[in-house]
Design a protein around this ligand. Structure first.
Ligand code: HMG
Length: 406
């Protein structure tokens, strides 16, 4: 009998900066009631990069961890895609740096994908399609989502910052997630809800409008996916969303709950109870890290896998990916049936252990230093190690220079 081939995620690993600021510290320093950030936005802490960390170093760290922990043969990687909206160069992709620093084979296609927070999902779908047409058995792709979410100091977006990277191994032995094959449920609209001009290191946003755009895209893609797949609410163990701030996942869940509830004439389980069961367990890492743009959805996924382990074996998950501007997609997948293949290897809690808390002045100082080190002539010999394996040293002769631990 013909068995349908399965493709998807074989491994997942993360990189999270070692420094953070508590949202209460930010609130108190700027005269805001901390409850607005803790309860109103649902966050707790946000990761802050030091000058030696950037989207490249985080991508390298996440990919290196992925390769080490899942015993990946680097010569079998035929495609490396980095999804990011924090590109460090208008021409050279982050993927080239990652490829070089990790010594991947020359016969590997490398490029970045950019569409705000949707970039990594575009990359994942492309990688999945690519692996499905490989003839060589061992051919695999790596997709990395890496971003620094940064808004103006004092802006409404400031409490929704964060940073980090998630790396995914994609291939035909999807122990982590089998991505299901259905017609695409995507949605695009040319909107100005969030953007970052080339001359700006911080994003600009029409905050409340961006929430509307997100929810409209969610409704659209959810209904499209439901019609295309025949899968309904009861088929999902968990629903995962792009998480710009944790309360947004609640707003998203509520939107879908309302749709379902209306169709069943209100005869539907209570909102809070269902949210606590289906989505809240996937938010703990986002609450600690903040918005990671293209990596947010995948950090949520990594957190859920790590915490829920064997309970998830064989479970179906729904994923909503949203990138401002905007492009969105709803897709589904089933978790692999052997949690021992991935649970202990993801390392989210490990990456969050021993983080260093910043006060408000230290946070502002790091922002300033991080801006300065990206300018030409900022190169410093041997920057202090952050306990990481790769550091950004600065720019010399208009080239970014990185150092690696031996
Ligand atoms: P704001 O206008 O300062 O906040 O900015 P608000 O007045 O809307 O209050 C926020 C919540 O706190 C509200 O709760 C208030 O009631 C509550 P809600 O009514 O929404 O449930 N609140 C309090 N709660 C307890 N105690 C208090 C208190 N005060 C108020 N004392 C906004 C909020 C999200 C707009 C802002 O942070 C922002 O602009 N963020 C950035 C944009 C963003 O995250 N958009 C999300 C959708 S777009 C997206 O996800 C894409 C993105 O990731 C980028 C990409 O794609 O690359 C952003």
């Amino acid at each position: 009998m013909h068995q349908e081939k399965r493709f998807g995620v074989e491994g997942i690993a993360v990189s999270i900066p070692k420094h953070f600021i508590d949202l209460g510290t930010l609130a108190e320093a700027t005269g805001v009631d901390p409850a607005k950030y803790y309860r109103g936005l649902g966050g707790r802490r946000m990761a802050v990069v030091t000058p030696i960390e950037d989207p490249v170093t985080m991508a390298v760290e996440a990919t290196r961890t992925l390769i080490d922990r899942y015993d990946v043969d680097p010569s079998g990687i035929g495609m490396l895609i980095v999804g990011s909206e924090s590109g460090v160069d208008a021409a050279k992709p982050i993927a080239s740096y990652v490829h070089g620093m990790l010594g991947l084979a020359p016969h590997c296609r490398t490029f970045d994908t950019q569409h705000a927070c949707y970039g990594a999902t575009a990359a994942l779908q492309m990688a999945r399609d690519w692996t499905s047409r490989q003839v060589g058995e061992g051919k695999k792709a790596i997709v990395v989502a890496t971003d620094i979410a940064r808004y103006e100091v004092g802006s409404a977006g400031e409490p929704t910052q964060g940073a980090g990277a998630v790396a995914l191994l994609v291939g035909n032995r999807p122990d982590v997630l089998v991505i299901e094959n259905h017609d695409d449920a995507v949605y695009t609209a040319d909107v100005m809800d969030f953007w970052r001009p080339h001359y700006s290191s911080t994003a600009m946003v029409d905050g409340h409008y961006s929430l509307e755009c997100y929810l409209k895209a969610l409704e659209n893609t959810y209904l499209t996916h439901r019609a295309a797949s025949g899968l309904g609410w009861d088929d999902y163990r968990h629903l995962l969303f792009h998480v710009p701030f944790p309360k947004m996942a609640f707003k998203a869940f509520r939107q879908l709950h309302e749709i379902e509830s209306k169709e069943r004439n209100g005869d539907f389980g209570p909102l809070e109870e269902q949210f606590d069961r289906m989505t809240a367990p996937a938010l703990w890492a986002n609450i600690e890290v903040g918005n990671v743009y293209s990596a947010s959805l995948y950090l949520s996924f990594a957190g859920l896998l790590e915490k829920s382990g064997h309970d998830l074996e064989g479970a179906r998950l729904g994923f909503f990916s949203y990138g401002s501007g905007c492009c969105a997609e709803f897709f589904s997948g089933t978790v692999g049936t052997d949690a021992s293949a991935w649970q202990g290897r993801i390392g989210v809690a490990e990456a969050l252990a021993g983080r260093i808390e910043l006060d408000y002045d230290q946070y502002l100082e790091l922002r300033k230093e991080t801006e300065a080190i990206s300018r030409d002539g900022s190169y410093r010999e041997r920057p202090a190690s952050n306990g990481e394996h790769v550091w950004f040293c600065g720019v010399q002769g208009h080239q970014r220079i990185y150092a690696r631990a031996m």
